[in-house]
Design a protein around this ligand. Sequence first.
Ligand code: ADP
Length: 369
Amino acid sequence: MKILSSLREHLGLKLFLSYLVIVLVGGVVLAGTAEFHAPTVLQRHIERMQAVLGDDPGLAADLFENFNAAIGEILVIASIFSLVAAIATSIFVTRRIVGPIQIMMHASYKIAAGKYHERIPVPGNDELGALARSFNRMAEELEQIEQRRLDLIGNVAHELRTPLSSIRVTLEGVIDGVLPAETETFQGIQREVSRLQRLVHDLEELSRAEAGQIPIRKQSVSPADVIRQAVSRLEMQYEDKDVALQIEIEPELPPVQADPERLTQVLLNLLGNALQYTPGGREVNLLAWQADHELVIEIRDEGIGIAAEHLPHLFERFYRVDKSRSRTGGGSGIGLTISRHLVEAHGGRISVASPGLDQGSTFTIRLPI
Ligand code: ADP
């Protein structure tokens, strides 16, 4: 019973026994065939020898017996040697197959326990090698997901700390009588609370975007209408800061399949950023045209620009070029990440280019037509 259950649980034992069964069956067939054919073959040989040596029945019987015994002996010796060789070979082959599987098994236990850096050696180019490679890929993916999770927690904690400590310090000041309990003090607290609320809203939006849970209700929309609507919502703010907003839309642009609300959200984010990072007296240009089967919307500003080393990271969550400046402006570095998710959910792409600091930036959206 114990042997049966251990046979069921160990692949190595199963493989080894299956090799052994093959060897034994081969041996039995060999011995049986020799036993069956040997008398006929020997009889034929003895008859031939009798033709040469003369007809002596005693000699013939003697020869037959001796030959038979010799064949039996040879078979026994050969069987013992071949069995030993077969056992040695099957142990070697079993180890070659079971070894990598055991390594993989132990690595998977470690990964399940949270040790995501675990990797296994690739044993070759066969199926086991392919399995090991895909195992390592899976481990790498899991490690990256875990890293992103840790980063997210760290970033959220960091973002919450500043407004919360500012509120605490102000309240302590009021309680201790260091700060006057007047409207201006409370307005400061209100500003920080609003910032926290905005952050929580952005975080909710980000988590929904990253989980692909923001519903995209696509319909046939006119790009010009969506652009004009987004622009009209920011016109006042552009005027207030004295930044000129120039729009150039190619006439008769074909409609695109998009969610107008989400597209507006992306445009508001880009136009809002352009306004925030462009000093008064300068210009922001919005251009839209058709290129092949794509609608291209470009927002060019004459603002502070972006240094080359920051460009590849701009769409990463919580990424801000100048953390102190963005914080005073209320930015948390989430807007562009959400925009990227929204554009990609439409089957499009979003990119950024900038010649360098203080030379403006250009954000480009491409949507399939
Ligand atoms: P935020 O809410 O901080 O603006 P975003 O995700 O919208 O977050 O932008 C990320 C960062 O990219 C900003 O903090 C800013 O450093 C940089 N950035 C975005 N748009 C521009 C722009 N038009 N000009 C210069 N820098 C920009």
